[in-house]
Design a binder for this molecule. Sequence first.
Ligand code: HEC
Ligand code: HEC
Ligand code: HEC
Ligand code: HEC
Length: 168
Amino acid sequence: MALLVAGLASAQDFKYVGADNCKRCHNGGDHGNQYDSWWFDDLHSQATESLSSEKAKEYASKNGIADASKEAKCLKCHSTYHAAPENLRNGIKPEENVSCEGCHGPGSRYASSAIMRNRNIAVRQGMVLQTEESCLRCHNEECPFYKWFDFRADFARVSHPTDNESHK
Ligand code: HEC
Ligand code: HEC
Ligand code: HEC
Ligand code: HEC
């Protein structure tokens, strides 16, 4: 029965529940401490600050953008909240910047222990696997400040494995 229901879920059912929700289970303990790794050690959690930097201000004034930190064209990659359609925001907050669900997918249907223990079911319920393509959605030349992207090196920097001893 659970499998049948899983098969019927479609993309428009998947809502963004917010990092506080993931934190309930991924905040030190058996399922890893991805929350603190992301919040304290990973610039994704601060990614809208770059939109208020001097660089961004200079770019904005030369390109007819009033304020890059409020500009949809920039926020679409720098903020998961702003990238999410309004009707799918269900708990996610603007201050999460590039949040868990910006990489792992909207969590309303996969974020429970029973589903999260089964990767195939979790993927059918909206969880996104991390591949080079999933990073390139944001790491590309559409950003005026794009530099380069080295998948193997960059992946290691953001992958916060459960057995990592730091932040425990
Ligand atoms: C009720 C507890 C719970 C919540 C809430 C939860 N998870 Fe999980 N998560 C788990 C469990 C259990 C696993 C299986 C691995 C383990 O036991 O540590 C897991 C595994 C994962 C994995 C690895 C899956 C795989 O197969 O590679 C990812 C990624 C993940 N969670 C992300 C999230 C995100 C993002 C959120 C919030 C949207 C979230 N989780 C919310 C319990 C939870
Ligand atoms: C939703 C968009 C998005 C996705 C998906 C994404 N990133 Fe990023 N990433 C960003 C933004 C925006 C920044 C710039 C943060 C800042 O403002 O400095 C960034 C910065 C980084 C940095 C520099 C962080 C630091 O601490 O110095 C690394 C490394 C990185 N990303 C790797 C990855 C990898 C690997 C993936 C795929 C597994 C990925 N990113 C997926 C948007 C994204
Ligand atoms: C396609 C997704 C995407 C879009 C659209 C985007 N960015 Fe970015 N931005 C990124 C990523 C990913 C990074 C991480 C750095 C990199 O690519 O080397 C980044 C980094 C930055 C940085 C930090 C660069 C540095 O060298 O410190 C600034 C500033 C920035 N973006 C401003 C903007 C502005 C302003 C806009 C809108 C005009 C914008 N971005 C649109 C994805 C995007
Ligand atoms: C920039 C993209 C990005 C963001 C943001 C992000 N993750 Fe991840 N996460 C990854 C990557 C990459 C991996 C490694 C996946 C793999 O090895 O296949 C990963 C792995 C995981 C795993 C599995 C760890 C393991 O050892 O199997 C969990 C659980 C997880 N993330 C939870 C979270 C939670 C919770 C948040 C927010 C607090 C979050 N992630 C934010 C990219 C991200």
